[in-house]
Design a protein around this ligand. Structure first.
Ligand code: F6P
Length: 568
């Protein structure tokens, strides 16, 4: 508990000590820009435009509104409700929003996360050994590679069996304990890269403070063969520390109570060496990262230790190479040919001009099962903000709700709403040419489905087409599809570690571009603090130990019912 409060207090101290956000150059409100207004009037002129007509009227549309990026990543956004003129106007908006300067500032290591007074340098995590990236006058690249080297040695020793548990057995289960950015990235990456993983070790992820998560993930594990990786940037997060303590009790109980066992069954990934030590993990078994890596941007830092143990150092490095290629593409490519920029601009068009409030991300690859959960934090914790860098309330929409799951499953669940429902739901489809499990005709069937969905959403089916098929007149309207539902299709050659790195970096940079245009700080997360503080107040009240709680009548009633339900 005390540790948790220190996290909150540390935030408050940071807030009071650091330079204020007012040191950031004040920008004219986004909706006062001439470029914004030009987009508004363009949008009204486009109000009746339909993708059917856009394609009919422009034979070159597919070619002019698609682009190939690094690793032959192909992005076709011609089924978005944009024209080349829309894209030109959006590109002008990006220029007017100071995007170039913000990209340069991020890559230079400027402290662009002004509310936490931090640089934003996840790009340094995948920078080659020979690059130089300065923070406060110090080149951070050597320390990045030092940690990567230690991670590699550790991963090799687990994978080869050289690392022995307390009783001399080799490790067969690796359990990552973390939450948010210290869980979603590693858990998603393990699934995404599963085809490349060591199959003689099981990998599990415990995040929820609900004890069921821990109980179910450990129920068939032998403590003598189990290694816990405790991942927490701060090493104070309530859920993670609760689970880590439970894990230590579980391990010690199963290993005869000898505290020396902790050194063989626990390693930590954190920026907080002091707290790691206080927990009882030898800092020799700690893998560090830095305050300039945001939690949701940390899956390629030491937070990815479980990923590296799973896929091995070589594949992990291949993944970092993919990230870096996309970083370089983003940094150096003119905006009109820049994948993250174009993707972000299409999103701005959908959100701010067409009024979409959600974004469905629909990978046609079972290995990307957890991709949308990961993106929820990346996008919504980054850009779910209502205040600009200048401290003013935004007068425009910011982050849409991001959701989704792999196709084809969603087709038999929620696609009905995307096709015929009332909200406009833009979709990102992600697919790969070469299957990782080439069995029968599965891949052709999978790809036929993703292409068919994008086609159906764009072009729909008119009433006369339905009637021409002989549908009974009373049924025809139910079978009509409006179409004009915007989608982007990303088609890559194959889901390799490098492709995966490129894909994650694509979304990271897209989020940054959108945050820049919306004028918000994509790198803090004050919105998660209030609930944490209130939970701390309620914890003792649930046990009945605290004086009679005083809350609003609803919260009060629920506390009383809970206490009664637990016989307190
Ligand atoms: O509560 C939000 C958050 O701070 C996320 O931004 C972060 O990824 C997560 O909690 C976990 O934090 P930590 O890695 O410090 O345990």
């Amino acid at each position: 508990m005390a540790t948790y409060f220190s996290k909150v207090q540390c935030y408050i101290a940071t807030m009071t000590n650091m330079q204020t956000a007012s040191s950031h150059a004040v920008r004219a409100p986004l909706n006062s820009l001439a470029q914004w207004k030009a987009l508004q009037s363009h949008c009204s002129q486009q109000a009746n435009a339909h993708l059917r007509d856009m394609f009919k009227g422009d034979a070159a549309r597919a070619k002019s509104l698609s682009i190939e990026g690094p690793g032959k990543m192909f992005m076709d956004y011609s089924k978005q409700r944009v024209t080349t003129q829309t894209m030109e106007l959006l590109l002008s908006l990006a220029d007017a929003s100071g995007l170039r300067a913000r990209i340069d500032a991020m890559f230079r290591g400027d402290k662009i996360n002004v509310t936490e007074d931090r640089a934003v340098l996840h790009i340094a995590l995948r920078a080659p050994r020979t690059s130089r990236i300065m923070v406060d006058g110090v080149d951070v690249v050597p320390s990045v590679h030092q940690v990567l080297d230690r991670m590699s040695a550790f991963a090799d020793s687990i994978r080869s069996g050289a690392w022995k548990g307390h009783t001399g057995k080799r490790i067969r289960n690796v359990i990552n304990i973390g939450i948010g950015g210290s869980d979603l990235g590693p858990a998603m990456a393990y699934d995404a890269l599963c085809a490349y993983t060591a199959r003689d070790i099981s990998f599990r992820f415990v995040s929820n403070v609900d004890a069921t998560d821990f109980a179910e993930k450990t129920r068939d594990c032998d403590p003598a063969e189990t290694l816990f990786i405790v991942c927490s940037k701060t090493f104070t997060t309530l859920e993670t520390m609760t689970n880590a303590n439970t894990a230590r009790d579980w391990a010690l109980k199963g290993l005869g109570g000898d505290v020396a066992a902790v050194a063989k069954h626990f390693v930590a990934v954190s920026t907080n060496a002091e707290k790691v030590k206080a927990f009882g993990i030898d800092t020799a078994n700690m893998f560090g990262f830095w305050d300039w890596v945001g939690g949701r941007y940390s899956m390629d830092s030491a937070i990815g230790l479980s990923t590296m143990v799973a896929v091995g150092p070589a594949a992990f490095k291949e993944m970092l190479g993919g990230f870096h290629e996309m970083d370089e593409h983003f940094r150096t490519t003119p905006f009109a040919k820049n994948l993250p920029v174009l993707m972000a601009l299409v999103g701005i068009w959908n959100t701010n001009f067409l009024g979409a409030q959600t974004l469905a991300v629909l990978p046609y690859d079972q290995y990307l099962d957890r991709f949308s959960s990961y993106l929820q934090q990346l996008e919504m914790e980054s850009n779910g903000k209502h205040v600009t860098l200048d401290g003013a309330r935004v007068q425009w929409s910011t982050c849409p709700a991001v959701w989704g799951q792999p196709g084809t499953n969603g087709q038999h669940a929620f696609y009905q709403m995307i096709h015929q429902g009332t909200p406009l739901v833009p979709c990102d489809f992600i697919a790969f040419c070469e299957p990782l499990n080439p069995i029968g005709k599965h891949q052709d069937l999978l790809i036929a489905n993703v292409l068919a969905q994008a086609e159906a959403l764009a072009f729909g089916k008119t009433l006369s087409e339905v009637e021409a098929e002989g549908s009974a007149p009373w049924l025809a309207q139910h079978r009509e599809f409006d179409g004009n539902r915007p989608t982007t299709t990303i088609l890559c050659p194959k889901l390799t570690p490098a492709t995966f790195g490129r894909l994650i970096a694509l979304y990271e940079h897209k989020v940054f571009v959108q945050g820049t245009i919306w004028g918000i700080n994509s790198f803090d997360q004050w919105g998660v603090e209030l609930g944490k503080v209130l939970a701390q107040r309620i914890i003792p009240e649930l046990s009945g130990a605290a004086p009679k709680p005083a809350h609003d009548s609803s919260t009060q009633q629920l506390i009383e019912r809970y206490r009664a339900g637990r016989g307190r």
